[in-house]
Structures are given as structure tokens and as C-alpha cells.
Design a protein around this ligand. Structure first.
Ligand code: SAM
Ligand code: SF4
Length: 445
């Protein structure tokens, strides 16, 4: 069976330098994202799975609904693959996420991988990430992923304190997380990422320091530091609603900046807000719009051929019934998509580049910035130091994290179905901020 052929030279050079280009070659590159909407628990902070009913989220490989989901996923991959074959587009990056992609059992992994291999030419894939949780892997499973060409391992860890892990609803201990990283290295993954979090309502600064220092001790190639997004519907958000919000917001920024400082002092460079170390091609190419995103699965989102498309997340049966029908299909230059893309691009330190924006959306950046639904956000960001020049737009690197925390915190809703929501920004009463969406396309590290 052919495997993904990592092309480390080109990929590594581009990713590590943060370089990108807007030529036609790049526009033909694809990122294939596979969404696995299953987990072993529903963590109290998690907004990726927030719309998924617990009974669906916890389905096992023995449940017929999950089996039907995997079959539907393979069908979507095959149908889409046939469409892309005629378009001369080459997959360059693969990302299996979720939910928890590593929850899949061997037969499920083989079925999905074989569907991808049969439907796309994977010879040029430079980076293939498998997103894991420590409680769903073992050395044998990691070997299987490696045998299919996955070369990047990413795992959620969140905390190295066992009591915290328990209250977060995690199904692993700190030692099991450390062991998962050891297994990934032993299996030969070229790049290892771990996700850690801060901004829990009852957190102390000492806890943040401990989380970060323990994360640094495992020496990941890439480290993602996430500040809790208070998404409505998550259990943790309801805890915050009972708190003094101004104090909580101030503490969240202190925690995040403390974490950033420690990670930078350990020699990791931050290339996008909260992303440190060897850049992920998936993050770089998505944020800079230098490849098109094709998502498969319930809740996966796509941005290709000038369109944003998605299946509604959490509607498993709808997806199974019609895996090739999108629930949302909008031009890439529709207002909610524009806002979401701007927000994603600005979290990358190089910012939003005019050429790439034009190539990807078919719209001039200046034209969209002047739109009534976008202008209030841009005015707000100008007040926070937004830089604008011939190349594009960017936020001051030291402020991006604080600005995103402020935006996330002030948003009433998240974008599962794109719908602009205007809310008052209490600090700047003359401006309202559109629903800038905290993680529009579920971009992961
Ligand atoms: C899709 S989750 C998958 C990881 C994997 N299922 C696991 O839990 O180990 C990706 C990461 O998003 C982060 N995350 C999830 N919900 C978040 C929230 N509300 N705010 C900030 N980060 C969040 C967590 O760090 C998590 O590891
Ligand atoms: S953090 Fe991971 S395991 Fe926990 S609910 Fe979210 S996707 Fe599932």
C-alpha cells in the first residue's frame, strides 16, 4: 500500500522560514482535513465538540452509528477525490483531528486511509498530522499511523496536574501524557506537538508556571498554549458566568502572557498567537491562505474554489444520510467568512497578505475592510495598533494574544453557522465588534 511521501526539504524550509508565496503552484495545493467527532469524554472546556450530543460523542467502534459514520466519511472522500482529480490539485498537508482522531481503531484507520489513498495522489504530502489524546493511543497504534506516512504527532495534554486533569474531564494522568510523547518519539514521528491550556477560572499563576515548565521538560518540537475561549454551552463558560468577569479577563491575560514569556525564554519562537516552535504547515498555510482546505466529516469546514462550505456539526445522522451535501455554502468573500478569515490571518504574526487574500477570495482587501459589517472590527483593531501597508495587515506580535482574548471574551456566540452578531464593546462604547469568531475553521496546531 503506498504511503504518504514526506517531502521534508521544501516543506521544512517553507514552514521553518515562515515563507509563503502566492504563485499558481501554491494555489493548487490542498490541505485535507478529516474530522473524527468521537471522544472518550466531553471535557468541560472543549468547544470543538460542544454541539455534539454526549451520546454521539461517546460512540464506540462497536456502535453501528459510528460504523455508518466511517462509511459515510469514506464515501465523501471518494466523491470529493474524483472531483479534485480533474482539477489538477495536489494534497500537500493532511490533518486528522476532531474530536479525537486517535480514538479510531485499526480497521477504521485503515478504511479512512485507504479511501484517501484511492482518491488522491498523496505523493507530494509534506506534513501529515495525527491528533491524539494520551488515553487513546498505544505504541502499536502509533506504528500503524507511522506506516501510513503520518509524520507529525499532536496531543492534547492541557495540564500536568492530575487533580486538574480530573476536574477538566480528561481520561488520562500527567504521566500518561508524558508516556504518550515518549511513544510518539519511539515510533519515529518527525515532529511532536502538545497542547496546554491556561485561563481556567480558579487557576493560580503558580499553576500556569507548573503547566508550562512541565510541558517544556518533555521538549516538544511545537507547543500550543491555548487560553480558554469562553464559548457558550461549555461547562467551564457557565462557571465563568458566576465570576467577576473583568477580574477573570485580566487574570486570563496575565496567565497567557506568563506562559508565553516562559516558553520564549526556553528558546521557542512564537509564530502565531500561542503557537511556538517548529511551525505547523497546516497552521501556516491556512492562516496565510496559501493552500485550499478540503474538510471531510461532520463539522469539517472547507475553503476551496472561492467557497466556504461546511456540514453542520453535531448532526451525525444528517451527515450519514448525505455526506456529500454541504449544509452551508457561501462565497469566500461573504461577510461572515471574511470576518472569520481576517481573524484567523491576524492571529498569525505575518498577518493577512493582500496578494494571497485576492487569490483566495477574489476580492481586494481594502474593499472588504470598508464594508459596514467589517469596518467596526477594523476600527477597533486600529485602536489596538493594527499595522497596514502595501503587503497587508498585521497586529503587533506582543498584543495579538491580548486582543484575541478580548475579542473572544466579548463575543456572545461562536460561528458554527456563519451569522454576524453585533455586540457592544464595553471598553470602547463607540465601537461594536462583529462576531469575529474564535476558531472559525477549527484550525488546530
Ligand atoms: C480538538 S481538541 C483535540 C485534542 C484531543 N482530542 C485531546 O483532547 O487530547 C484541540 C485542542 O483545542 C484546545 N481547546 C479545546 N477547547 C478549547 C477552548 N474552549 N479554549 C481554548 N482551547 C481549547 C485544547 O487544548 C485541545 O487539546
Ligand atoms: S479536548 Fe479533546 S477529548 Fe476533550 S472533548 Fe475536546 S476533543 Fe474531546
Amino acid at each position: 500500500m503506498p504511503t504518504i511521501q514526506p517531502d521534508r526539504g521544501d516543506a521544512a524550509t517553507k514552514a521553518e522560514s515562515g515563507l509563503s508565496s502566492s504563485n499558481d503552484q501554491d494555489r493548487r495545493l490542498l490541505m485535507l482535513y478529516v474530522n473524527i467527532p468521537f471522544c472518550r469524554s466531553k471535557c468541560v472546556f472543549c468547544d470543538y465538540v460542544q454541539p455534539i450530543p454526549v451520546a454521539d460523542l461517546l460512540l464506540t467502534a462497536q456502535d453501528s452509528t459510528r460504523q455508518r459514520y466511517i462509511r459515510a466519511l469514506c464515501e465523501e472522500i471518494r466523491v470529493r477525490g474524483a472531483e479534485f482529480k480533474s482539477k489538477d490539485r495536489l494534497p500537500y498537508v493532511i490533518y486528522w483531528g476532531g474530536g479525537t482522531a486517535s480514538i479510531l481503531e485499526h480497521d477504521e484507520i485503515k478504511a479512512v486511509m485507504q479511501a484517501l489513498q484511492a482518491s488522491f495522489d498523496l505523493d507530494q504530502v509534506a506534513e501529515a498530522t495525527i491528533e491524539c489524546s494520551p488515553d487513546t493511543i498505544d505504541p502499536e497504534k502509533l506504528e500503524l499511523f507511522r506506516s501510513f506516512g503520518f509524520n507529525r504527532f499532536s496531543t492534547g495534554v492541557q495540564s500536568f496536574d492530575d487533580e486538574r486533569l480530573r476536574t477538566l474531564g480528561r481520561r488520562h494522568t500527567a504521566d500518561e501524557a508524558r508516556r504518550a510523547v515518549d511513544w510518539a518519539r519511539a515510533a519515529g514521528f518527525e515532529s511532536v506537538n502538545i497542547d496546554i491550556m491556561c485561563g481556567f477560572p480558579d487557576e493560580t499563576l503558580d499553576e500556569v508556571r507548573y503547566t508550562v515548565s512541565e510541558a517544556l521538560r518533555v521538549k516538544p518540537d511545537h507547543l500550543s498554549l491555548y487560553s480558554f475561549r469562553p464559548t457558550p454551552g461549555t461547562t467551564m463558560r457557565s462557571m465563568i458566568d458566576r465570576d467577576n468577569k473583568d477580574l477573570y479577563l485580566a487574570n486570563q491575560k496575565i496567565s497567557f502572557n506568563q506562559g508565553r514569556k516562559m516558553i520564549a525564554e526556553a528558546g521557542y519562537s512564537e509564530y502565531a498567537s500561542g503557537y511556538f516552535g517548529r511551525p505547523s504547515l497546516f497552521v501556516v498555510k491556512y492562516f496565510q491562505m496559501t493552500a485550499e482546505l478540503v474538510g471531510f466529516g461532520s463539522g469539517a469546514m472547507s475553503l476551496f474554489d472561492g467557497h466556504f462550505r461546511t456540514h453542520n456539526k453535531g448532526k451525525l445522522e444528517d451527515y450519514i444520510a448525505q455526506p456529500t451535501n454541504y449544509d452551508v455554502d457561501l462565497p469566500a468573500n461573504a461577510d461572515p467568512v471574511v470576518i472569520s478569515s481576517l481573524r484567523a490571518g491576524l492571529s498569525y504574526f505575518d498577518g493577512v497578505l493582500r496578494d494571497q487574500w485576492r487569490d483566495s477570495t477574489g476580492t481586494e482587501l481594502d474593499d472588504v475592510l470598508a464594508r459596514p459589517s467589517v469596518a467596526p472590527l477594523i476600527d477597533y483593531l486600529r485602536g489596538r495598533g493594527l499595522e497596514e501597508d502595501k503587503r497587508g495587515l498585521r497586529l503587533p506580535p506582543d498584543q495579538v494574544g491580548n486582543i484575541l482574548i478580548d475579542l473572544n471574551f466579548r463575543l456572545l456566540g461562536q460561528m458554527s453557522a456563519p451569522a454576524p452578531v453585533k455586540i457592544r464593546n464595553t471598553q470602547r462604547p463607540n465601537h461594536s465588534i462583529p462576531d469575529a469568531v474564535s476558531h472559525p475553521l477549527e484550525i488546530q496546531s
